[in-house]
Design a protein around this ligand. Structure first.
Ligand code: HSE
Length: 397
């Protein structure tokens, strides 16, 4: 009999409890051992919950109970989550997590700690919600040198773009919809400023390239400045605006990681990813392009990935967890400013020489939209010197 404790009864934690209960028989069969939810740790009270008899308020109970084999960490944030994860691993319990902030900052250390204690630390739900991506990337693509990762990994941002385009509603209203659906973080700043996407890129990159990329090494631009006018310009050239995370391997072993909104052609599979859906394209030197697609946020999709990790932890078929990551390599990060692209530029007034003028339905005053040829951001900034720039968005080619 395997006993599970959930720490943090928010959107994802409550989804895990629900799936463990509703799909219990199948989950136990697949794990090869009956699985029972024993504790739920939360500082809040849930007297009307169907799981009311399982709530506790102190972690010591879980830590000291030898019956608990797997701890599910769905608290989020770093401080308490790090302390409880360390204590659980040291007590010989496997930990399963959806916490991208914790993994992006301390993943390497926690994987090492798990291996030292002969348990596993798994975090499939930390990237792409319900999409199986980390284990396939770590195991099924292990034969490849990874050349590039390019993905839409924030459901909230993608939902906002879709609602702005399809319903013509402004940014703030679309964000409220994402919050109402349980997609956004408690503080949605991390979603709309790109930090959540940055953390997920760090996890993907660390697994793909084998060394720990840290969030502060990833130039990150969020989506708060995108307007309906930008969406209209994108539409006029058969494109959509998407918040992409990208990490491109250089021939010298360096990588160029960045997070920023992009114009993406609607003919590209990423251009057609709508609503809360995420998609991640991974390019391997042997296999070529592989696409992962599915619901990137929300209670049950994310809980589905957590529960799959519980089963994996019970079966211990990945005893060492993911391929281990080495320490950070600060000298191997290439700056995105030097990565050449075409650019969309919106000007309040004036022209942009050598660029193509775009048409849009909602042009105000003397505003105009332009598409440049390929150039680095450094060269683009020089071109824009002295002009009143309303928007600059990279184009994915
Ligand atoms: N706030 C996150 C998102 C939740 O919208 O993608 C899933 O990680």
């Amino acid at each position: 009999m395997v006993k599970v404790a959930i720490i943090g009864f928010g959107v994802v934690g409550s989804g895990v409890a629900e799936i463990l209960t509703d799909n219990g028989a199948g989950i136990s069969r697949k794990a090869g051992d009956p699985i029972e939810l024993k504790y739920i740790l939360d500082v809040r009270d849930f007297p009307d919950s169907p799981f009311a008899d399982k709530f506790i308020k102190v972690f010591d109970v879980i830590e000291g109970d030898p019956e608990v084999n797997v701890v599910v960490e769905t608290i989020g944030g770093v401080s308490a989550a790090l302390e409880f994860t360390e204590r659980a691993l040291k007590a010989g319990k496997s930990v399963v997590s959806s916490n991208k902030e914790l993994v992006a900052t301390h993943g390497r250390y926690l994987l090492e700690l798990a291996a030292k204690n002969k348990v596993v630390y798994l975090f499939e739900a930390s990237v792409g919600g319900g999409i199986p991506i980390l284990r396939p990337l770590s195991e099924c693509m292990a034969a490849n040198d990874i050349l590039e990762i390019c993905g839409i990994v924030n459901g909230t941002a993608n939902y906002i773009f879709t609602r702005m385009v399809q319903d013509g509603i402004p940014f703030e209203e679309a964000l409220r919809g994402a919050q109402a659906n349980g997609y956004a973080e408690k503080d949605p700043t991390a979603d709309v400023e790109g930090l959540d996407t940055c953390r997920k890129l760090c996890i993907l990159s660390s697994i793909a390239f084998g060394w720990h990329l840290l969030p502060e090494q990833v130039p990150t631009i969020g989506i708060t400045k995108i307007t309906l006018a930008d969406e209209a310009y994108a539409d006029s050239c058969g494109m959509r605006i998407k918040l992409l995370c990208r990490a491109i391997a250089g021939a010298d072993g360096s990588i160029c990681p960045f997070v920023e909104p992009h114009f993406v052609s609607m003919k590209d599979p990423l251009g057609g990813v709508e609503d809360v859906f995420n998609a991640i394209k991974v390019t391997g030197d042997s296999v070529g392009d592989v696409m992962f697609y599915g619901r990137g946020a929300g209670k049950l999709p994310t809980a589905s990935a957590v529960v799959a990790d519980i089963i994996a932890a019970v079966r211990k078929h990945t005893l060492a967890g993911y391929q281990p990551w080495q320490e950070n390599r600060p000298g191997d990060v290439m700056f995105a400013e030097r990565f050449a692209s075409r650019w969309y530029v919106r000007l309040a007034k004036g022209e942009l020489t050598g660029a193509k003028k775009l048409s849009a339905h909602q042009v105000q005053g003397e505003e105009s939209g332009w598409m440049t040829g390929p150039m680095t951001r450094i060269d683009l900034n020089a071109e824009l010197e002295g002009k009143t720039v309303l928007s600059v968005i990279r184009v994915m080619d």
